[in-house]
Design a protein around this ligand. Structure first.
Ligand code: CP3
Length: 355
């Protein structure tokens, strides 16, 4: 079945579009009162594991905010759980993985994930969401990168300095690679299964790539992202790689096999484009805190991002990281409308408007 709005997919492939598509990382979440209403009746993991609820909150930002793509509601930490770890989502504290992996014994105890069995709830949620979306917009699947998953599996929770996982890579790199190898197999199987279940594109989140020094980023993060992408079985579904804080390795990252590079807000899209050439599309990169300001500032900063990428195809508008839970939905809606309106000029031939 043909999508009614395929702007996002065309932009991922650097094909011509009449305007720039927009979606927002973490758009299926707490900033929406409609999400909080569902969440009041069910805890987070129950929502992830109940396809009807996951589909419902996945579609909310499409209906309410008007974004050009949906992202399946789930979490990156369902993989460590499927590998045998115990996941707990604590109110206010965030996710906890009990008995973190720090030695060979616990690493050996990690199970090989059978996606169709262990993560069937995600695949069912994808199938149901695709049905209910009725081809209005594409659906994005996702996973954490092996490195970002390793940080949670070794630290056991979010961390300030990531000293436990960083100590591991410096003091026992062999063990770190052993665990990363196992995770990478699970991630590529998982993304392949999501594509099989119907997602139109996949995004790999490397939220914690930027805590590594450049050489370690290549060895412990990018190398595994490359393996994952090479092993995904797909037709022509685009792969997006979003790594935060890795400006020092952009050129290398642009060759990892991803079709689209997610860019955080610390970089200038135009400069990134100049540096890496025009082989991959770019996604980003408005500072999420701009949404906490006024409509006037939102408009000005959104236009700056459009201007920074400049004319032509291959830009997917997004935030430079996830939307903050204290963002006003009216402001998010305003941003979507501004991008839809103001981006047209960047896709017209011989436009007279001069920037
Ligand atoms: O983008 C979307 O809207 C889809 C859903 C999605 C969630 N988590 C839902 C969620 C996605 C893509 C994620 C990815 C994720 N999860 C990442 C990578 C992306 C990023 O933002 O860096 C990471 C690091 C996690 C781990 C995680 N999950 C943390 C650190 C937390 C707690 C902090 C927080 O943001 O609340 C979660 C919980 C979580 N995942 C919530 C949501 C909507 C909030 C849970 C709630 O409703 O109580």
């Amino acid at each position: 079945m043909k999508l009614k709005n395929d702007l996002f997919l065309r932009a991922c492939r650097k094909e011509k579009t009449e305007r720039t598509p927009i979606w927002m990382m973490r758009q299926a979440g707490r900033f929406l009162p409609e999400y909080r209403a569902v969440r009041e009746k069910a805890d987070f993991l129950t929502m992830c594991k109940t396809p009807e609820l996951a589909a419902k909150v996945t579609i909310q930002p499409v209906d309410i905010i008007g974004v050009d793509a949906a992202i399946i509601f789930s979490d990156i930490l369902v993989i460590p759980e499927a590998m045998g770890m115990t996941l707990e989502m604590r109110e206010k504290e965030g996710p906890i993985l009990h008995n973190p992996i720090r030695d060979y014994q616990s690493a050996n105890s990690l199970k090989k994930v059978k996606v169709n069995r262990d993560l069937k709830f995600v695949l069912d949620a994808i199938k149901l969401t695709k049905q209910e979306l009725n081809n209005r917009v594409p659906l994005i699947g996702f996973s954490g990168s092996p490195w970002t998953l390793l940080t949670y599996m070794v630290e056991g929770r979010g961390s300030k300095n990531y000293d436990v996982v960083k100590k591991l890579i410096y003091s026992n790199p062999k063990l770190a690679h052993k665990i990363l190898d196992k995770i990478a197999v699970a991630v590529s199987d998982y993304l392949s299964a999501q594509i099989d279940a119907g997602v139109d594109a996949v995004q790999i989140f490397d939220t914690w790539g930027g805590i590594l020094a450049p050489a370690e980023f290549l060895e412990f993060s990018l190398q595994y992202v490359e393996k994952v992408i090479a092993n995904i079985t797909k037709k022509n579904e685009p792969v997006i790689f979003f790594a935060k804080g890795v400006h020092y390795k952009l050129k290398k990252i642009s060759k990892c096999g991803a079709d689209v590079l997610g860019v955080d807000w610390t970089m200038d899209l135009g400069k990134v484009k100049d540096l890496i050439g025009d082989k991959v599309a770019l996604q980003g990169n408005l500072d999420p805190t701009v949404l906490l300001s006024s409509k006037k500032v939102i408009k000005q900063k959104a236009i700056e991002v459009l201007h920074s990428y400049g004319k032509g195809s291959g830009h997917i508008f997004n935030l430079g990281h996830g939307i903050l839970p204290n963002s006003n939905p009216e402001n998010a809606k305003y941003l979507v409308n501004i991008v839809k309106k103001e981006s047209k000029v960047f896709h017209q031939k011989n436009s007279k408007k001069h920037w």
